[in-house]
Ligand binder design. Sequence first.
Ligand SMILES: NC(=O)C1=CN([C@@H]2O[C@H](COP(=O)(O)OP(=O)(O)OC[C@H]3O[C@@H](n4cnc5c(N)ncnc54)[C@H](O)[C@@H]3O)[C@@H](O)[C@H]2O)C=CC1
Ligand SMILES: O=C(O)[C@H]1O[C@H](OP(=O)(O)OP(=O)(O)OC[C@H]2O[C@@H](n3ccc(=O)[nH]c3=O)[C@H](O)[C@@H]2O)[C@H](O)[C@@H](O)[C@@H]1O
Length: 436
Amino acid sequence: MRISVIGCGYLGAVHASAMAELGHDVVGIDVDERKIKALAAGRPAFYEPGLPEILASATASGRLRFSTDIAEAAEAEVHFLAVGTPQTADTGAADVSYVDSAFSALLPHLAEGALIVGKSTVPVGTAARLAARLAAEAPHAGLAWNPEFLREGFAVKDTLSPDRLVYGVAQGDGGRAASALDHVYRAAIEAGTPRIVTDYATAELVKVAANAFLATKISFINAMSEIADATGADVTALADAIGHDARIGRRFLNAGVGFGGGCLPKDIRGFIARAEELGLNDTLAFLGEVDETNLRQRRRVVDLAVQDLGGSAAGKKVAVLGVTFKPDSDDVRDSPALDIAVSLQELGARVVVTDPEGLENALARHPDLGTAPTTREALFGAHLVILATEWNEYRTLDPETTGRLVGERRIIDGRNVLEPAAWRAAGWRYRGIGRP
Ligand SMILES: NC(=O)C1=CN([C@@H]2O[C@H](COP(=O)(O)OP(=O)(O)OC[C@H]3O[C@@H](n4cnc5c(N)ncnc54)[C@H](O)[C@@H]3O)[C@@H](O)[C@H]2O)C=CC1
Ligand SMILES: O=C(O)[C@H]1O[C@H](OP(=O)(O)OP(=O)(O)OC[C@H]2O[C@@H](n3ccc(=O)[nH]c3=O)[C@H](O)[C@@H]2O)[C@H](O)[C@@H](O)[C@@H]1O
């Protein structure tokens, strides 16, 4: 099929490349000339395993090209909208102005029978509003909402083999939108991917409900970690035990510094704001607690660090291992690791952060942040080590060789990924989150 992807940031760049990999003829459009030039040259603006490879092969085959000119989208049968919906500073609501402007820019270029497909995460009601505009201004085209569930670090795999497909379609469109989307996702459908065809509002809600549920699961286990710390219980064993109940499940029950990234935090805040707009002020109040519990984890780690440093961080060298919001990503948006590092630096510590992929983005946000290009340099002479993002190379650190580099053998394992007994046996003061 001929496809356009409008907005080639994280989601759009992956989606465009994956659609071309599936054999479609794709044009990626973005207003950011630098991004488009970099993508056309085969260089995504972010780290995502597997993306450079499919970007290169799709570009070389001629199935994928990029442009800043929306008119280049005119021949497409399906147009994916993948622009950003960031959090607005005052209310926390999702800012849909980029969706609106991309939609407006696209309207004059829609071919007969073209389908616009929203991928961006939007407040419920957005698709119905856009559909009303389409009916008035370009009735020869249709609209569907097809939320995206990919995870950073697994984005290519998640796009090529999603665990479900959700189509929000207009009532009474005669199955046209669903059949066009089935064409787009034929490979996944043939592989047995479940597909849910529903209305616009449900599709929009599925996306934010999924992220809200995942965020709630993480904050739930982090609340348990606070209780565990107060009572000497082990939150890791607790998670294993409750996780064996198939109704609960073990995934997303890892206690630690909490969730971050460009989506979970903003999506729960946007969801709360949307419920309030609907007059449902109390309905999602618990998500405010989920957010607060999450942010408290970062403060707990900072407090623990100060305590471990004898009551003051001033002048002490703290090695922070990891700065991205999770491993296999260079994304530092709302990263707990970055927040913890900055807070300790503000308290006077000599913070040295290291990360395999995230230092450039961290420095772009905090140019004064102390950083080191290697783990070894970060650790050298440190009074305290904080493992903040569970990159493989930190999970596999050897307590004895690490111990020879640092000034003091003190470590806070902010992701509960190290073996406490081994570290203690090597003379470390080991602290996890909610584990004795
Ligand atoms: N990053 C992720 O892992 C996922 C993101 N999402 C959702 O996808 C949407 C996009 O997120 P990201 O890709 O992370 O954002 P992003 O900020 O990386 O990219 C957004 C892109 O849209 C472009 N843009 C803005 N206005 C435009 C216009 N009028 N025409 C063309 N391009 C325009 C920007 O220049 C930017 O490159 C958001 O709604 C997000 O919640 C959903 C699932 C996964
Ligand atoms: O809407 C989005 O953009 C995406 O948001 C999340 O994906 P992502 O932000 O890539 O990252 P996750 O793997 O969900 O992790 C989010 C955060 O939770 C933390 N986390 C995760 C699991 C866990 O057990 N504990 C925990 O603290 C991670 O370290 C990370 O900071 C969802 O998992 C995706 O399905 C969704 O498409």
